[in-house]
Design a protein around this ligand. Structure first.
Ligand code: FE2
Ligand code: FE2
Length: 231
């Protein structure tokens, strides 16, 4: 297992795993890394380098999850990262998947009901996912922020976040979408578009799985602890 450290060059991280680039962008770090190390760039961008590395290493290694270390960071750091991740999904991942599904559909000479079902299924999935993000951004994240900054102003101390169940749905439905495409796509389609679409879906699946894991295993325990402390 490859675990990056503060003295690694940032270029090396992207060379080792280009999927880390969107994660690095979420921290506001832009390309043009020069020869700078993780520590040097985090210093330039005023980022907590330990938090940055914990997020990057967790994303890079499926089996790396420094739970105690992650729990010890300020929940404000995590909330900020989670919000930026939502933004990336809304601005980039989801529109891209949607466009590719549509182009794939258009690339077949004959449209059948299965093909249309794929697009319909995706649109329903996207709607539910956006509602989920909205609930987190309107209800959950503000409570966490308030609990850290102004705990005395939190009126309802019995807030019960029910994410794990919702996150399971997100996973299942993405799986269903993949299966629909793999099983029911009519054979005459544009291969390039299809490959790009599948690549994008698998990439998104990995990313959102990591995101949900942060919420379930870190944010919720932090929130529970803050609520208890505020009682
Ligand atoms: Fe989220
Ligand atoms: Fe979530």
């Amino acid at each position: 297992m490859q675990v990056f450290s503060k003295n690694d060059k940032m270029v090396h991280l992207v060379q080792a795993n280009h999927n880390l680039l969107p994660v690095i962008h979420r921290f506001g770090i832009r390309l043009g890394f020069g020869n700078k190390t993780v520590e040097e760039l985090c210093f330039d961008y005023e980022i907590n380098s330990d938090f940055f590395l914990a997020i990057v290493n967790t994303f890079h290694n499926k089996n790396f999850f420094p739970k105690d270390q992650l729990l010890a960071f300020s929940p404000l750091l995590l909330v900020d990262y989670l919000k930026k991740t939502h933004q990336y999904y809304v601005d980039y991942s989801l529109p891209r998947i949607e466009k590719l599904i549509h182009r794939l559909l258009m690339s077949t000479p004959k449209q059948n009901s299965e093909m249309q079902m794929i697009e319909k299924f995706y649109l329903a999935y996207k709607k539910k996912l956006l509602e989920h993000f909205d609930e987190e951004e309107q209800e959950v994240f503000p409570i966490v922020e308030k609990l850290v900054l102004h705990p005395d102003q939190v009126a309802d101390k019995n807030f019960d976040a029910n994410f794990e169940k919702e996150h399971e749905h997100v996973d299942f439905e993405l799986d269903d979408l993949k299966n629909l495409i793999l099983k029911y796509l009519v054979p005459e389609y544009d291969e390039l578009i299809c490959n790009k679409l599948m690549e994008e879906i698998y990439h998104f699946e990995r990313d959102i799985h990591d995101h949900s894991r942060m919420e379930d295993a870190i944010l919720i325990p932090q929130m529970t602890q803050l609520l208890r402390a505020a009682e």
